[in-house]
Design a protein around this ligand. Structure first.
Ligand code: NAP
Length: 484
């Protein structure tokens, strides 16, 4: 298979927070890979900006180390890194100060696509937006990219939107949710809307329930300070899981265009019922023999922040009335595994008799590891002995199906940055979507607080608290295994 890499237009990309963790681990190595693939044009420029007093040579050394350490361009030819580094500059700029802006401006070329990546804490978004306009670096064609978390609740998200909109139009603002940049997530749309096979069955009449799992093995590690103020609900559910839910549940958009897709996602969020608190389980990982528990990773030894959430949600519309959506996410779980599973209903009548058992088709969309899809189908067990049925997977692992090309599938950040340069907002969250997601999440969190609810402890390496298993068992269903 021949991959078609379509170069983007020349651009000037300023990365604020260029010395930070996200820039070093994702953004810069990702840009290097795009350079290796030929997607980044010769005359593209990347300008790093942060407060650190560093010259361009020092910054280039940092970028070179970051690309080596974080897997930049495995298949790049010799000398490519040096060519990439020639396109990189650095300016020391304090988002809150007045110095450095004029120097930064000298790097920007008229008539070239101009994008500003805010890879800094949200407290700096307003100051950056204001100064970009004040010093004349940004105009009505420029794009700004903002990172999560987009607010802490509905009020703060509204305030952030209002601040950004004082300086930029909505069609200039790119709110990143990197889950939307994953290959499989886009494939979900291709599978749903590019095939005749699935869409007729994609509703409450044929789908028993849907499970969305984002399981991590890592603990909160060095992010304890941030995480303890956030928790799994704000850090994962309000954004990543909600976005996945929207894509799986939305009506077919008229076109694969930014506002068509985002209008449909917004309708899903608005159709979500408030969640009954009996249908939510919060958990917090315990210590085990040789590893500290959650509370040892954060400052507050009595923290009641959740590192795990499982919940049952309902979407009140014609397509989904009566079909539950079960969501779960957590840290320190058995395996790193993210999956959307569409579990279809039983056949209405079994002609094979009760001994054949019940069999259900499950479409499993794996986000990690091994991005791909599996459709479980029921067939006859081979050999003599009557009509015994067995479930087998029709497996489409991208790495196997697409061969070496699949290894070169761009990482989510790479794809999203290239979409910014193309000016395509389809895979970015619109301001009203983010606000609607907070409007649904806020009452859940407020309920926990008013009831003084304490999360259930769970063992590291488990599938979460037992109550999460009960959430499904009560409905006569079970979670799919969390495994690699
Ligand atoms: P970080 O490691 O703390 O880096 C912050 C960056 O901002 C540094 O380059 C810092 O450099 C710069 N900075 C701080 N204050 C500044 C100021 N006043 N003016 C200019 N630059 C300033 O943070 P990060 O992990 O990269 O995260 C950046 C953003 O991405 C945050 O909003 C975070 O929530 C989000 N995010 C991060 C990840 C991740 O995996 N790291 C994932 C998702 C979202 P100087 O100190 O030199 O100024």
């Amino acid at each position: 298979m021949v991959s078609r890499v379509i170069p983007v237009d020349p651009f000037d990309l300023v990365i604020f927070g260029a010395t930070g963790d996200l820039a070093r681990r994702k953004i810069l190595p990702g840009l290097f890979r795009r350079f290796c693939s030929g997607q980044m044009p010769e005359d593209a420029r990347i300008i790093g900006a942060a407060r650190s007093d560093m010259d361009t040579e020092g910054f280039r050394r940092m970028v070179a180390e970051a690309t080596r350490e974080f897997g930049g361009g495995r298949h790049c030819e010799d000398g490519t890194l040096e060519q990439f580094l020639e396109r990189i500059d650095y300016e020391a700029v304090d988002a809150m100060g007045e110095g450095g802006w004029e120097a930064l401006k000298t790097h920007l070329r008229p008539g070239t696509v101009r994008a500003f990546y805010f890879s800094v804490g949200p407290a700096l978004f307003g100051a950056l937006a204001e100064r970009l306009r004040h010093f004349g670096l940004a105009d009505d064609e420029s794009r700004v990219v903002v990172e999560k978390p987009f607010g802490h609740d509905l009020d703060s998200a509204k305030a952030l939107n209002a601040t950004l909109r004082q300086h930029f139009h909505e069609d200039q603002i790119y709110r990143i949710d990197h889950y939307l940049g994953k290959e499989t997530v886009q494939n979900l749309m291709a599978v749903r809307f590019g095939n005749m096979l699935f869409e007729p069955l994609w509703n409450a009449q044929y789908v028993d329930h849907i499970q969305i799992t984002v399981a991590e093995t890592v603990d909160v590690g060095g992010r304890g300070g941030y995480y303890d103020k956030s928790g799994a609900m704000r850090d994962m559910v309000q954004n990543h899981l909600m976005q996945l839910l929207c894509l799986i549940a939305m009506e077919p958009p008229a076109r694969f265009e930014p506002d068509s897709v985002r209008d449909e996602k917004l309708k899903v969020i608005r159709a979500l019922d408030p969640v009954d608190y009996h249908h939510i389980v919060r958990g917090q990982y315990d210590a085990d023999d040789d590893q500290p528990g959650y509370r040892a990773h954060v400052e507050n030894p009595r923290s009641t922040t959740e590192s795990f959430v499982a919940m049952k949600c309902h979407i009140s519309n014609w397509r989904w009335a009566g079909t539950p959506f079960y969501l779960r996410t957590g840290k320190k779980l058995r395996a790193r595994a993210s999956e959307i599973a569409v579990v279809f209903k039983d056949a209405p009548h079994s002609i094979f008799g009760p001994e054949a058992g019940t069999h259900r088709n499950v479409l499993s969309i794996r986000l990690q590891p091994n991005e791909g899809m599996t459709l479980g189908v029921t067939i006859k067990e081979p050999g003599p002995g009557g009509m015994r049925l067995v479930d087998v997977p029709l497996d489409m692992s991208f790495a196997e199906a697409l061969g070496p090309e699949a290894e070169e599938v761009p990482d989510a950040y790479e794809r999203l940055i290239m979409d910014v340069i193309r000016g395509n907002q389809t895979l970015f969250m619109r301001g009203d979507e983010v606000e609607a997601a907070w409007a649904w999440t806020d009452p859940i969190i407020a309920g926990w607080q008013s009831r003084g609810e304490v999360p259930k402890p769970y063992d590291p390496g488990s599938a979460g608290p037992d109550d999460a298993l009960m959430l499904m068992h009560r409905d006569g269903r079970r979670w799919r295994d969390i495994r690699v």
